[in-house]
Design a protein around this ligand. Structure first.
Ligand SMILES: *Cc1c(COP(=O)(O)O)cnc(C)c1O
Length: 367
């Protein structure tokens, strides 16, 4: 069929974002929370739905939600911007500060959506490489921010898919360099509550830094599609210029507020996930895989080849398929640049993690 209409030439070249789903018993591939939110939350939400003024547009400024998020982080409501998932937060940032003739800097390997969304809105992408251990070399980063003078620079701590946490000194150095280079630093902290440090402490009106967070992971609300940004109030004003009006619907606003009534529950879920993560780290330590330290709810690992030599793309694919055959789905990063042979497993429930460990032991054995 001939096509009467074509997209923008650069859009035609962009591959869509894919995270394959398969029908398996143990799904450890998308970094969701293994536990649902507490019953108290779902009951309160169901009750509150009866009082929604369905015929009216929602509160465009999401006043209560922003006030509650602000109080949770000890900032002002004017420093909070909400959207449909943190991916839409990132898109809004790039609509306002990226675009044709502008550039974004990323440190690969990192979250694919940073460069993907940048390209979709016509922003040039400048790629820097992480060190062999997937950390960012602070001296080189400072130098490159000064040379490239990007409009936006993306940090991601803990970094997806490697789990790497940026030391506070690295974040501070990049933010200082960004201030002189006219760069807005986006610190993607989708896994912030699992980590030991946060860039939130650096937020101030004269600092070009924003932190993006999500309800999708630690809050067990991936289905809700709610994310937000904390940053200088002038950034929030700029984002309001490009974001669609009424984008945060009434249900999302209610649910986002009600979730914050259950902070203790969230924190104990996070503690359980971190405990299970450390148990998996221990188990992987006695299997034929290499692994990297993680500050998040997932682990990157690379199965060694059968003769004990370092892994390969083929070996990664083979072990991934072997896990699928045992009804365990992990993310196959094996063919991604810099991640040859690597797989990423999300921390699940204790029973799911047992299934994963048993299946993996079956496939890779001890070193
Ligand atoms: C999961 C994830 C997000 C979350 O996106 P949402 O749109 O909020 O679900 C953002 N950044 C990173 C690095 C992630 O892994």
């Amino acid at each position: 069929m001939s096509r009467p209409v074509t997209p923008r030439a650069d859009v035609a070249l962009i591959a869509g974002y894919h995270s394959p789903q398969l029908d398996v018993e143990v799904r450890l591939n998308t970094n969701e929370s293994p536990e649902p939110p507490p019953d108290g939350f779902t009951t309160a939400l169901a009750g509150a739905l009866r009082d929604v003024a369905w015929n009216r547009y929602p509160d465009r400024a999401a006043t209560e939600l922003r006030a509650r998020i602000a109080a949770f982080h000890g900032v002002e409501p004017a420093q909070v911007f909400c959207a449909n998932g943190s991916n839409e937060v990132l898109q809004s940032v790039l609509l306002a500060y990226g675009g044709p003739g502008r550039r974004a800097l990323v440190w690969e390997p990192t979250y694919a959506l940073h460069s993907h969304i940048a390209r979709v809105v016509g922003t040039g992408v400048v790629v820097e490489e992480r060190a062999a251990d997937f950390s960012i070399d602070p001296e080189r980063a400072v130098q490159r921010v000064g040379e490239v003078r990007p409009d936006v620079a993306f940090l991601c701590s803990p970094n997806n898919p490697t789990g790497t946490e940026d030391p506070a000194a690295t974040t501070e150095a990049v933010v200082a360099a960004a201030t002189s280079a006219g760069t807005l630093v986006v610190a993607d902290e989708a896994y912030g509550q699992f980590a030991s440090s946060s860039a939130l402490d650096l937020i101030a009106d004269d600092v070009p830094l924003v932190v993006s967070r999500t309800y999708s992971k630690t809050w067990s609300l991936a289905a809700l599609r709610l994310g937000y940004l904390i940053g200088p109030s002038w950034v929030v004003e700029d984002l309001d210029r490009v974001a669609l009006p009424y984008r945060v619907d009434a249900v999302k606003q209610l649910a986002g507020v009600l979730a914050l009534d259950h902070v203790d529950d969230m924190e104990s879920r996070v503690a359980r996930v971190v405990g299970e993560r450390e148990r998996i780290v221990g188990a992987l330590g006695s299997l034929g895989v290499d692994q990297w330290p993680s500050g998040a709810n997932y682990l990157l690992f690379r199965p060694r080849s059968q003769d004990g030599s370092p892994g390969s793309v083929e070996r990664g694919d083979e072990v991934w398929q072997g896990l699928v055959d045992r009804s365990v789905l992990v993310r196959n990063c094996s063919g991604w640049p810099r991640l040859g042979g690597c797989l990423r497993v999300t921390v699940g429930t204790p029973a799911e993690n047992d299934r994963f460990i048993e299946a993996l032991a079956d496939l890779v054995g001890t070193p």
